[in-house]
Design a protein around this ligand. Structure first.
Ligand SMILES: Cc1cc2nc3c(=O)[nH]c(=O)nc-3n(C[C@H](O)[C@H](O)[C@H](O)COP(=O)(O)OP(=O)(O)OC[C@H]3O[C@@H](n4cnc5c(N)ncnc54)[C@H](O)[C@@H]3O)c2cc1C
Length: 433
């Protein structure tokens, strides 16, 4: 079993430039994932020259080449929650940011020359409890008539035609959503950025920035311990769940959570078609959710979730995920696991995405709460609008209060406790829902 992502079989991350031939640029972006590359594309398309993207690893080697490739735009909260937190106007704009993320991804996709297995055959959500069923039905019923058509709720019997599992009380089918090959997608973004003149440097770790005149002096170090400094007008941190100790301000606000995935060996196409027809992407409504889909060629099952809430290795997590997969689809109980991998998802305490500027003038875009394929693409663009000072950029998630907990300094020691609490909520939803 390999401990690298299945996606890397066809699109393993590659290095960018390894050394700097200039000591200044106009914008320096830290993080070469969807956020950083999307921001770079918007800046370059707006005519900004000398945009540098710097990453400690290879291009897209963080979550952007490791995720499930499911694209959707549902926030982890509703309008009432956002209104209570941010007021009615901001709340409406925040919901709009989430709504806009998917159309924006499709628009950006149309400008990319490389293919990345984009498919909009729909997404399926297995409904865990009767309570979830009532909640989703109420949400569906509150939608305008034209949107309601894209949102089908099926009971346990009808559900078989979209998801062949016994563990749910029903399922939601959302038309117009779907999936892509995450590692090919991040590569396509990088190629587009480079074609527009953006320079991508890898193997260099951001160490911090100090103000210098109207701009910043950014300190970088490579793995061999070589140090350099780049002068730049603006800095954007797009490091998401990989924020290190040098990013103290962000580390106090973001909760990196490891998420795990496995891939099975190729299986007969018809067997897989019988489990999730039309190669739709799937997940469920639990607090500790599973997300799964078939490989783009339809022959493998890619199954993900939080196998454990304490840190585990790829070998340990494969055991738990395999059990969950067999529980969901008993016919896969003997399937061989060929890949098991992990990556960091990034959460905020309030479950909202945050884009803004710190006191030292450095900008950030962070916390997609597990929904980053479309949100990171869109927020990279929104962050670039903020850097460009585009009129109207200060709306929605941009510049909202980014909360921190006074006792938290970047080490999420409380996750196993949260895991136990979520497990209890999931069990009680089934018993009492
Ligand atoms: C297993 C898994 C499954 C997921 N499934 C889905 C899914 O199906 N659908 C969905 O919408 N989302 C999913 N996500 C979330 C999604 O992948 C992320 O939200 C998204 O990729 C974030 O992109 P990003 O560019 O902000 O961050 P990343 O792609 O994580 O990039 C951050 C980069 O910052 C770099 N970096 C950090 N610190 C420094 C430093 N000091 N100096 C230089 N570089 C630095 C890192 O090396 C990294 O490359 C999943 C995530 C994981 C891990």
């Amino acid at each position: 079993m390999k401990t690298t992502p299945f996606w890397w079989e066809e699109a393993e991350p590659t290095h960018g430039e390894r050394s700097f031939d200039k000591d200044s640029c106009s914008v320096l972006i830290v993080g070469a994932g969807y956020t950083g590359l999307s921001a770079a594309i918007t800046l370059a398309e707006a005519g900004v020259s000398d945009v540098f993207v710097v990453d400690a690893m290879r291009i897209g080697e963080g979550a952007s080449s490791r995720n499930g490739g499911q694209i959707g735009n549902a926030p982890k909260f509703d309008l009432a929650y956002a209104t209570a937190r941010f007021g009615a106007r901001r709340a409406g704009e925040i919901m709009d940011d989430y709504q806009q993320s998917m159309p924006f991804l499709l628009k950006r996709a149309s400008t990319l020359s490389d293919s990345f297995d984009l498919s909009l055959s729909g997404s399926v959500t297995g409904i865990h409890s009767n309570r979830d069923m009532r909640k989703l039905t109420a949400i569906r019923d509150s939608l305008p008539a034209d949107e309601r058509e894209g949102f089908e709720i099926l009971d346990k019997t009808e559900m078989r035609r979209i998801l062949n599992s016994d563990i749910y009380v029903g399922a939601l089918l959302k038309h117009g959503q779907g999936g892509l090959h995450p590692a090919k997608y991040v590569r396509a973004l990088a190629n587009r950025a480079q074609a527009l003149g953006v320079r991508i440097f890898t193997g260099w770790r951001y160490q911090g920035a100090t103000r210098q005149g109207a701009g910043h002096l950014v300190r970088l170090a490579n793995l061999q311990g070589r140090q350099t400094a780049i002068r730049t007008d603006k800095v954007l941190l797009s490091v998401n769940g990989y924020a290190g100790p040098e990013q103290t301000w962000l580390r106090k606000r973001v909760i990196p959570v490891q998420s795990y995935m496995i891939a099975t060996e190729p299986l007969p196409y018809d067997q897989m078609e019988a489990l999730i027809p039309h190669n739709r992407v799937a997940g469920d409504t639990k607090h500790i959710l599973y997300y799964y889909r078939r490989s783009p060629d339809g022959t493998r099952m890619l199954f993900g979730g939080r196998a454990r809430f304490s840190t585990s290795t790829e070998a340990e997590s494969a055991v738990g995920l395999r059990q969950f997969m067999a529980h969901t689809f008993p016919s896969l109980k003997d399937a061989r696991i060929t890949h098991s991998w992990l990556g960091n998802v990034c959460f905020a305490y309030d479950f909202v995405t945050h884009v803004g500027r710190m006191e030292d003038g450095v900008h950030y875009s962070s916390c997609y709460n597990g929904n980053g394929v479309s949100m990171a693409t869109y927020m990279g663009h929104r962050a670039a609008e903020m850097l460009l000072g585009v009129p109207g950029h200060d709306r929605g998630v941009v510049n909202t209060h980014f909360p921190r907990l006074w006792f938290y300094n970047g080490n999420p020691w409380f996750l196993p406790l949260v895991g136990n609490w979520y497990r209890l909520l999931d069990r009680s939803a089934r018993w009492f829902g």
